[in-house]
Design a protein around this ligand. Structure first.
Ligand SMILES: Cc1cc2nc3c(=O)[nH]c(=O)nc-3n(C[C@H](O)[C@H](O)[C@H](O)COP(=O)(O)O)c2cc1C
Length: 173
């Protein structure tokens, strides 16, 4: 069986080289909204989504993220939009909730012609003073931990080919 949704899920790939072109605003809003419709444990909606397009803020996050790896490269691969997803650590399912938000946005992005890649190290980023200051500047209070980022943009080059799925992925009993 196939349909448009299944095709999107199967053909999306992580993209690691971006054009400087900013994401279309209508597409961005659709992607972010799709994130908010992710299922969450007991519908507690524990995550928050921070969409970063301001070059200075992006640069600050780039520096923090690269710093975790002891490098100075751009872990966001030149993508002009970085979406950080954090979640309230007091809620039991916060990591699962935030992961599903990122997954929703990733697939929604691909469905509207926007490329993406999950980027790690959000937890360490938002444990720094600069990370905390960003949250404070947005009026965000509470026990939020960074779960991940989704970078968004338009790929520079071809979409990587789909790679085979491992054997024994699925068991049925
Ligand atoms: C939890 C998680 C963390 C990831 N962190 C990074 C990362 O920091 N940098 C990166 O380039 N890709 C990262 N990725 C992307 C994976 O490498 C990618 O999804 C995987 O290689 C499969 O490729 P595909 O998304 O094209 O199917 C991450 C993916 C997940 C789910």
């Amino acid at each position: 069986m196939t349909n448009e949704t299944l095709e999107t899920l199967k053909s999306r790939r992580s993209v690691r080289s971006y054009l400087p072109k900013q994401v279309d605003e209508e597409a961005l809003q659709a992607i972010l909204e799709a994130g908010t419709y992710a299922a969450t444990g007991m519908n507690r909606q524990s995550p928050i989504i921070i969409c970063i397009q301001d070059p200075e803020t992006r640069e600050m996050l780039r520096r923090l993220n690269a710093g975790v790896m002891g490098s100075d490269r751009d872990p966001f691969y030149g993508a002009p939009t970085v979406v950080a997803v954090l979640a309230d650590k007091n809620i039991l399912t916060h990591v699962e909730d935030a992961s599903l938000v990122i997954g929703n946005m990733m697939n929604a992005a691909f469905s509207v012609g926007v490329d993406s890649c999950w980027i790690h190290r959000a937890r360490e980023e938002f444990e720094t003073e600069d990370g905390k200051a960003l949250l404070a500047s947005l009026g965000i209070e509470g026990d939020y931990i960074g779960v991940g980022h989704l970078i968004l943009g338009y790929r520079d080059g071809e979409l990587p080919p789909t790679r085979p799925r491992k054997e024994n992925y699925i068991y049925r009993a």
